[in-house]
Design a protein around this ligand. Structure first.
Ligand SMILES: [Zn+2]
Length: 80
């Protein structure tokens, strides 16, 4: 089983202080137990999540795409 399935089925309810099943509405998700809005992570997990992101610093930045100028064909005659 995929461990991340847990997070797709559960969100953190601060009122219940636990990961709970939730009801998805248009904009928010709500705890099925107390009806309060739930969040994706608990504060602790959120900090861990952010810390993990900060550790993954891209090395050397993004590779830049160089525009390749194609040499014109047909103009370069081979001299015999
Ligand atoms: Zn709750």
């Amino acid at each position: 089983m995929y461990p991340s399935d847990f997070y797709s089925d559960h969100k953190y309810c601060e009122t219940c202080c636990d990961y709970v099943s939730y009801l998805q509405s248009m904009e928010h998700s709500y705890c099925v137990q107390c009806g309060d809005a739930v969040r994706l992570f608990s504060k602790e997990d959120w900090e861990v999540f952010n810390a993990t992101l900060k550790q993954r610093r891209p090395k050397g930045g993004r590779p830049k795409k160089k525009e390749q100028i194609a040499p014109e064909e047909g103009t370069d005659k081979e001299s015999a």
